[in-house]
Structures are given as C-alpha cells and as structure tokens.
Design a protein around this ligand. Structure first.
Ligand code: ZN
Length: 333
C-alpha cells in the first residue's frame, strides 16, 4: 500500500455491461486473472501516511478510474478521464495500453471485498445518499453526466437511446440540468417508465413512422446501447447536432459506418465519451444529493435489484439476457 492510497472495504457494487464485456473479453483488452467492477461503494478502513482528505470510516465511491498522471493540463483541471497519458482504469491491465499501466492482477476492481485506490479517486459520498444509488452514480452516473455537461445547455433537446442503467440515470440527470428529454427504445413497455422518470417524450424505435417524425429533432443524442443497435441515430440530430456514444460495443461491433455527406452538409458531429473526471464527479454527486426526492422517487422504474455477491454469475446472466425487471442490478456483500 502506498502512502497516497486508501484501503476500502467494499459493501456494494453496481453491475454494468462493461463487467460482462470484460469477463468475456469482448473488447479484446482483458487480462486474466481479472476482478471486474467499477461502481464501488465502501468504507475506508486504512489510510496511507500522506492521505489528508479521508479518514477511517468514511463512505466512498470508486468508479472507472483508479489513478492518472495528475500532472497534465487535463488532470490539473480535474478532467482525469482525458488524461493526456491515459488514466489508469480501475480494472484495466496492460492489454488496455495506456489505460492499464499497472498489471490488472496487481489490483482488483470493485468486486473485490477489499481494494486499494488512490485517495484522489475514492470520492467522499454525501451523507444520506443511498448506497445502491451511490454506486451506480460512480459508473452509469458519471458516464451520462460527462456528455450532458459537455454538449447540453438548459433548454437543449436531448435524445437518449435505450432505457437501461445508463439511460434511466441519463433521463434524470438531463432533466435536472434543464434539458428537454426524449427516450428512444425498442420496448414500447418502457414508455411509462420514461415518463415516470421525467422524460418529455418517448419514441418507439421499431416504428418507422415515429422515427421519421423524430428526424432532426434533438440537439444531442446519447446512445447508451452496449451492442450495435443497427439504428441510424445521426438522422435524429438537428443541424449542428451531436451524436454521442457512451455504450461500449464489443470489438467486432465497434466499426463506425456513416457517410461524410451529412456530417459536412449539416455540420452534425459524432463523438464518444468515457466516464468523468474528479470535478464533474463531485458536481454530479452534489446535484443528486441535493435532489434526492427527485432521484429516489418511489417508482419501480428507479428501483435497483439488489443481489448477494454469491449470486454474481446469475446476476450477470440476467443482465446479459436482459431479464432484469428493474433497470439496475447492485451486488451486495
Ligand atoms: Zn494526466
């Protein structure tokens, strides 16, 4: 343990499609043995000698990043997800190139019972933030907050593609940031969920009529799907609009197929986005903890399914096969 690390006893961890992708080496960057998990919630139990901002007993959240250079301009601005030399991913090893400088088997992801992480990437959680919400904020919340901060202004129209763990938090965060939100899903049964979450509209992706009407309707479209959806979401963006992808497809579906012509003639943009830096992570935690009534409204659509870690294989199977009746699975020790 280094002098700037803390040791954290994990009590909850959100389950993400990224964990399944890494287990199955879908991205071609997994090193085994591997402990996945990047939505950790736990208690600080040991401190390095130079740790100043945390104390034993603090509740902290751990997300996608466990360390970064902290010297480059991005890191100095608290945007460590854009670290110029590559951040150290929480569960990424040397096969992930600059994002896995340390061998993954020297560390473990947040499925660990106890893990060590740099103090700067163990985020002190606001009091009263429920653990099952806090841990999903560290992964799904950060993944959605980043593109919303980058591309969305109050009054912007935002389309969110698919309503899973990322999409549900995305709808709520976008609404609290003053956007007009439309959910796009293949599952018409999710219309009610979208509206309960606060969305302003819902479009059935399987309806060609609805999709035609939705063309050129959003300033920003955020695609959260963890696989190739086969949809041309760019046509949903207005002129000068942006299609942002946050769901990470497997390596065999990672190709980008689009024509330059709509990009040139309509100034539309295609972008990707990964996680949040420390500044935005803290902002998001503050935003959510200041609006707990909104983010924790009693609704089956915002509920997590909490499963014990002893059932992790079953939990991953349910997520992979989309059997989850609520939108998030959280594992508990
Ligand atoms: Zn850096």
């Amino acid at each position: 343990m280094t002098e700037t690390q803390v040791e954290v006893e994990i009590s909850y961890c959100g389950l993400s499609h990224a964990d399944v992708h890494m287990r199955d080496n879908d991205w071609g960057v997994s090193d085994f043995p591997l402990v996945v998990g990047h939505e950790g919630y736990g208690t600080v139990i040991k401190l390095g000698s130079k740790v100043q901002s945390l104390k034993a007993g603090d509740q902290v959240g751990i997300g996608w990043i466990r360390d970064s250079c902290r010297l480059c301009s991005a890191c100095c601005e608290g945007a460590e997800n854009l670290c110029e030399t590559g951040y150290q991913g929480t569960f990424l090893g040397s096969s992930a190139g600059p994002f896995g400088k340390a061998p993954s088997n020297e560390f473990g992801g947040c499925f660990s019972r106890v893990m060590r992480v740099e103090e700067a990437f163990a985020f002190l959680l606001p009091a009263h933030l429920p653990p099952e919400l806090a841990c999903t904020l560290m992964g799904a919340g950060c993944a959605m907050y980043e593109p919303l901060c980058t591309w969305v202004k109050p009054g912007s129209s935002v389309g969110i593609g698919s309503l899973g763990g990322l999409g549900t938090l995305g709808v709520q965060l976008a609404k609290k940031m003053g956007a007009k939100v439309t959910v796009f899903s293949r599952d018409a049964a999710k219309r009610q969920a979208a509206m309960e979450l606060g969305a302003d509209g819902f479009v059935d992706l399987t309806s060609s009529h609805s999709m035609l009407r939705a063309e050129n309707s959003v300033d920003v479209f955020i695609d959260t799907c963890p696989r190739d959806s086969g949809c041309d979401f760019l046509r949903l963006c207005k002129i000068n609009g942006t299609l942002v992808r946050v769901g990470i497809p497997s390596a065999d579906q990672a190709g980008l197929q689009t024509s330059w012509h709509p990009l040139i003639f309509t100034s539309k943009k295609v972008a990707g986005s990964i996680a949040c830096g420390s500044i935005r992570t803290k902002e998001m935690l503050h935003l959510v903890s200041s609006n707990l009534d909104f983010f924790c409204r009693p609704s089956s659509w915002t509920a997590c399914k909490i499963m014990p870690f002893s059932e992790v294989n079953e939990a991953m199977k349910q997520l992979q096969e989309q059997q989850v009746e609520s939108f998030r699975i959280v594992l508990k020790w």
